[in-house]
Write a protein that binds this ligand. Structure first.
Ligand code: NDP
Length: 252
């Protein structure tokens, strides 16, 4: 059983992988702040965390909006205190042929998946340095290590997130701060469901066929659960995680 102390922020914490991470961190004893664009699911996670006996905040915030991110972290510092653990989990994908990828799609994916984590890291790193420690966990993807057809913006954004992770790990190791990326294959969340629905709508194939083909591309024997990703995040956030820095941990 891993015990956590301190304050954890999880972006995209209202559903999917982020929700699983928020609940596992609260179960382990961390105070938790969850960020996302939609208030209702965040509030529900906040209540579930409170029921586990920790302090919890739910803050509606689009990570692509720098001013909103800065205000969210100011509220977290004011209400909970300095952040010990940051999980950059909020992310979006865009399943589209490369030649049909327009500027708006490219820029939105980059803004949410790369600029958002950059701004969130910039909000917490100065106090982590002052306090001599911290954990940064970025939810990347196997698309951070491999190309994915029909997902060039997503794959490029996750490669960039991994580059950010590795650079932070090298720069901040002397300050007792670790930065790691978790790189899952397909996980059972809305993101997978939306991707399969998109393939079915565009190709007329069955959902089973669509699932078999995405799993074949990612080389996965099965779909991963959000709890499996949360277990890796909890290990990185916990006492034994201090030994792991600059890694891209693949789950397939
Ligand atoms: P979901 O689509 O189920 O959830 C995405 C979460 O991110 C939601 O909580 C959503 O909340 C939040 N979010 C999306 N955009 C923003 C934004 N602009 N600002 C703040 N929050 C935002 O996805 P998953 O749980 O599957 O994905 C979580 C992470 O894991 C992503 O980074 C994804 O790329 C990565 N990943 C997912 C895999 C999968 O197969 N599912 C595989 C590998 C990696 P709201 O909509 O309310 O803002």
């Amino acid at each position: 059983m891993i015990s956590l102390s301190g304050i954890a922020v999880i972006t995209g914490g209202g559903r999917g992988i982020g929700r699983a991470i928020a609940l596992s961190f609260a179960q382990a004893g961390a105070d938790v702040a969850v960020l996302g664009r939609t208030a209702a699911p965040l509030e529900q996670v906040r209540e579930e965390c409170l029921a586990l006996g920790v302090r919890a905040l739910a803050i509606p915030c689009d990570v692509a909006d720098t001013a909103a991110v800065r205000a969210a972290f100011a509220a977290i510092r004011g209400e909970l205190g300095p952040v010990d653990i940051l999980v950059n989990n909020a992310g979006i994908t865009a399943s589209v042929k490369f030649a049909e990828t327009d500027d708006a799609t490219w820029e939105r994916v980059m803004r949410v998946n790369v600029t958002g984590p950059f701004v969130c890291c910039r909000e917490v790193v100065p106090t982590m340095i002052e306090r001599g420690g911290g954990r940064i966990i970025n939810i990347a993807s196997i698309a951070a290590l491999n190309g994915i057809p029909y997902s060039s913006a997503y794959s490029a954004s996750k490669h960039a997130l991994l580059g950010l992770t590795r650079s932070l790990a090298l720069e901040l190791a002397r300050n007792g701060i670790t930065a790691n990326a978790i790189c899952p294959g397909w996980v059972e969340t809305d993101m997978l469901a939306d991707t399969l629905q998109n393939i079915v709508a565009k190709t007329g194939r069955s959902a089973e066929d669509a699932l078999a083909s995405v799993l074949a591309i990612s080389g996965q024997p099965r779909v991963i659960t959000p709890d499996e990703v949360a277990a890796v995040a909890l290990r990185l956030a916990g006492p034994d995680g201090a030994q792991t820095n600059g890694e891209a941990i693949v789950l397939a």
